[in-house]
Design a protein around this ligand. Structure first.
Ligand code: GTP
Ligand code: MG
Length: 450
């Protein structure tokens, strides 16, 4: 059923002072009345104290606070009850059990937000932003999610949508009066409107690589010869001793991945086995893994200990051969600068002993991985999911199709179908009319209670 009463714990289970339970749907207040004493939904949005009692056993479960949000002024758009109970493992579960016994059913993951979308309280982009905000592990992710929750991207798309509809209106005249050469609408006007819409969509698509990277974290792979100081730098960037460091070359034998935040941006840092020819079977496997990571990297941090490299031709060749295989941008680092006489070059000199160069390196990495987002600031909307990018690419293809059709002398009505399709792609994106399978995909990753 679409709006039957559902219940779920909205906070994570475990030891805590309080827990929040949500109950929503048609008849939610009746369900609440069977388990809460005393229960009155009026006045709305006011908090009052209640006793939670299991409706069949009569057992007292908790003393709680309750607030009622009658439809449509609630998160879901249906009647909604929010209960603050005591925390821990037992009490919240017992309160949920009491509400289930009173007639609710357990909510599926993301079901509250899904109803909010179906009831027009949130658009699909905002629902996604809710999930992103909860999952955010860095300030930049949180700011971006908040901006999307605030309809930053939605507004931009709605603006685009109305521009396309205006363009449709412009050529509607040609559809109605095809035999007239000079209508009231100059061809340049159509051309201008078309060009503007096309450019706006292209701009949004161009934000996608870094926008998607912002959600997932930039894959930063630290590479270099054995003993170059890779693991030391990995630990220094993470701010904790995650990888083993020794003076023995070949210490790291497997790739180690960890989440880190640099300059407020999310990174997936990977420490790798030093690249060299090796007879050791385990080390060879590690080096193979390093190569796989290098192939997938968004950014490579190439470490060199200048006291050891750059001497022999063989080593220089090995370095060049390595770099030729990397397609991601490479940031060069000269390690152990405390042991070395300083010199200039296209690299950042760092020392994990003195901390020299680390701040500069972090800034450089954030700039290399998220430079476009940094330039856009937090106000310009950004596309953060493959779903967004695909819809915009579809819209762009239709807009191109419109122009091709016009240039090819196709009649106005047929050309206009491309504009319709472009508007449709934007509607899918915002979630105006959203098919069930799209909703299933969007909400599949949500947690229960959201
Ligand atoms: N003085 C100084 N020593 C460093 C610095 N960074 C690393 N070292 C030393 O260099 C040695 C190798 O460091 P690691 O971080 O294990 O080097 P690695 O590149 O991970 O080495 P493998 O895992 O064997 O490939 C250790 O003895 C570190 O203490 C530095 O900035 N200054
Ligand atoms: Mg190492």
């Amino acid at each position: 059923m679409l709006s039957d009463p559902i219940v779920a714990l909205a906070t994570p289970p475990g030891r805590s002072a309080l827990a929040l339970i949500r109950l929503s749907g048609k008849g939610a207040f009746d369900v609440a009345a069977r388990a809460l004493q005393p229960f009155r939904p009026d006045p709305p949005r006011a908090v009052r104290r209640v006793r939670v009692v299991h409706p069949t056993t009569g057992e007292a479960v908790d003393d709680a606070l309750v607030a009622c949000f009658p439809a449509p002024r609630s998160y879901t758009g249906d009647d909604l009850v929010e209960l603050s109970t005591h925390g821990g493992l037992l009490v919240p579960a017992a309160v949920v059990a009491a509400l289930l016994a009173a007639g609710a059913r357990p909510a599926a993951p993301g079901e509250f937000s899904r109803r909010a979308v179906l009831n027009g309280k949130l658009d699909l982009l905002q629902a996604e932003a809710t999930a992103d905000l909860i999952d955010a592990g860095s300030p930049a992710q949180a700011r971006r999610a908040l901006q999307q929750l605030d309809r930053g991207l939605s507004r931009r798309l709605e603006q685009l949508r109305s521009e396309l509809i205006e363009l449709e209106a412009l050529i509607a005249y040609e559809i109605d009066f095809p035999e007239e050469d000079e209508g009231p609408v100059a061809p340049e006007q159509v051309e201008r409107a078309w060009g503007a819409a096309r450019q706006r969509i292209a701009h949004l698509i161009a934000t996608a690589p870094e926008g998607e990277r912002l959600r997932e974290g930039a894959l930063l792979v630290i590479a270099g010869r054995p003993n170059a100081g890779k693991s030391s730098l990995f630990n220094a960037l993470l701010g904790r001793e995650r990888a083993i460091v020794t003076e023995v070359p070949g210490t790291t034998r497997d790739a180690i991945e960890a989440h880190g935040v640099l300059e407020g941006f999310p990174f997936r840092l990977v420490d790798t086995a030093g690249l060299r020819e090796s007879d050791d079977r385990v080390e060879r496997l590690g080096i193979e893994v390093s190569r796989k990571y290098l192939a997938a990297a968004d950014l490579v941090l190439f470490c060199e200990d200048h006291r050891e490299t750059g001497t022999g031709k063989r080593e220089r060749d090995a370095r060049d051969e390595f770099l030729a295989q990397v397609s991601a941008p490479v940031v060069f680092v000269r390690t152990k600068s405390d042991l070395d006489t300083p010199s200039d070059g296209p690299f950042v000199a760092v020392s994990v002993v003195t901390g020299e160069g680390l701040a500069e390196l972090k800034r450089g990495l954030a700039e290399a991985a998220f430079g476009r987002l940094l330039a856009l600031g937090d106000v310009e909307p950004v596309v953060t999911r493959a779903r967004h990018r695909e819809a915009l690419e579809r819209a762009l293809a239709e807009i191109e199709g419109f122009q091709t059709a016009r240039k090819g002398g196709v009649d106005a009505a047929a050309a206009a179908t491309h504009l319709r399709a472009a508007v449709g792609a934007l509607d899918d994106l915002i979630g105006v009319v959203t098919p069930d399978d799209v909703l299933d995909r969007v909400f599949a990753s949500f947690c229960v209670g959201k």
